[in-house]
Design a protein. Structure first.
Length: 143
């Protein structure tokens, strides 16, 4: 499977559909979170969309946002059920960190994944909170 990276304007309609389909399948359907998945941040010029996949399927996805304070934010990290445990998410996080080199990076991890993100150098940066019924912890990785 190939690692891809694109700005919103460079995504084909088929790529965009496949990426959004995976996000909705994981976050809205599987995790039962009714929330505004399309939040306006996908189209920002500083946003990078990263995914692993081939012509037939997307195995995993994340987006890397440019925040106003100069940090970068990893979000919407998801892996297709049949690709979990294969290293797809780690490959995506590694690439996001490479793209963000020189900038601090933040994310809101689902609490059960805290240790997993710590292996990439992230540390908790605030109190646990609940979002859409799921416990999360804010995390930060310095530049």
């Amino acid at each position: 499977m190939t690692l891809h990276e694109a700005r919103f304007a460079d995504l084909t309609p088929a790529e965009l559909y496949a990426l959004l389909r995976l996000r909705v399948d994981v976050f809205v359907v599987e995790q039962e979170c009714a929330y505004p998945e399309l939040d306006g941040r996908d189209t920002e010029t500083g946003t990078r969309h990263l995914w692993v996949g081939d012509d037939d399927a997307v195995a995993g996805y994340l987006r890397l946002l440019a925040e106003p304070d100069g940090t970068r934010r990893i979000g919407r990290v998801c892996t297709a059920p049949d690709s979990r445990g294969s290293g797809v998410a780690a490959r995506l996080v590694d690439e996001a960190l490479r793209l963000a080199a020189g900038d601090p990076v933040v994310l809101d991890a689902q609490t059960y994944l805290r240790d997993w993100y710590e292996r990439f150098g992230f540390a908790p940066s605030g109190a646990e909170f609940v979002e859409d019924g799921i416990p999360h912890v804010p995390m930060r990785r310095e530049a």
